[in-house]
Design a protein. Structure first.
Length: 238
């Protein structure tokens, strides 16, 4: 099944990693959601991408320097600046979305949150519909060691050395390269090794269409409506 992941929700149009962005992604036809995990000063798992609040909110400083109650003072804004929403906890997110027929890509953005994240996912029966990802190899390594039943994916930059060997060493399932690194040949090679492929860095519709033509299993996009329309128009199998 091809997965159209709403990247931090429909983040091109709505405040990223918020309930409004996630609901918008579903309205736009996404059958998957990608989001990010950080932990607050008082130990609450929240959905937020950056280490600092400055870019995405009207707050400033490290997200880890605030309690969750303190974070609720700040507003997450969308790129156009015409919509705002609040930072949401992983628990609340799962209350609203875990029962839905979706695939979830949960990116571990902070060190040492693997156990707590998996424990929370287990509470909501998320094992079969979740893949845990990170640019930090130790995070997915720790996640796999803690609960081998969870699939893991390795997000990696162009200068990463031996990502295939690293993922294979921990029994991981998905390679997540930058889209500009992906070719038809590399996808075929990764598939032959038993890995699924989900590229990141899908910045426009041209890259999106190119990745679809290579036979990847899915991709994270800020504009799930555009991907939905393209998949429907081409008869791409979901």
């Amino acid at each position: 099944m091809f997965v159209n992941y709403a990247h931090r929700g429909a983040s091109q149009y709505f405040p990223e990693n918020t309930l409004s962005a996630f609901y918008a992604g579903l309205r736009m036809g996404a059958n998957g959601i990608e989001t990010d995990i950080h932990k607050t000063k008082d130990g609450v798992l929240v959905l937020f991408h950056d280490d600092e609040l400055d870019r995405a909110t009207d707050g400033t400083g490290l997200i880890t320097d605030y309690t969750y109650e303190e974070l609720l003072r700040f507003r997450v804004h969308n790129p156009a600046g015409d919509r705002v929403d609040c930072i949401v906890t992983l628990e609340d997110f799962l209350k609203y979305f875990s029962f839905r027929d979706l695939t979830f890509a949960i990116e571990l953005k902070q060190d040492h949150v693997e156990k707590e994240t998996i424990d929370m996912l287990e509470r909501f029966g998320m094992r079969e519909k979740t893949i845990l990802t990170s640019f930090n190899y130790e995070s997915i390594k720790n996640a796999k060691a803690y609960n081998p039943n969870y699939r893991v994916g390795y997000l990696y930059e162009p200068d990463e050395k031996e990502p295939v060997e690293k993922l294979r060493a921990i029994g991981g399932e998905e390679l997540c390269p930058l889209a500009e690194l992906v070719t038809q040949k590399s996808v075929e090679e990764f598939h032959a090794m038993g890995f699924s492929v989900r590229p990141w860095g899908i910045y426009n519709a041209d890259i999106m269409k190119e990745m679809c033509s290579y036979g990847v299993e899915g991709m994270t996009v800020n504009f799930p409506d555009v991907l939905t329309e393209y998949l429907e128009s081409t008869g791409h199998k979901e």
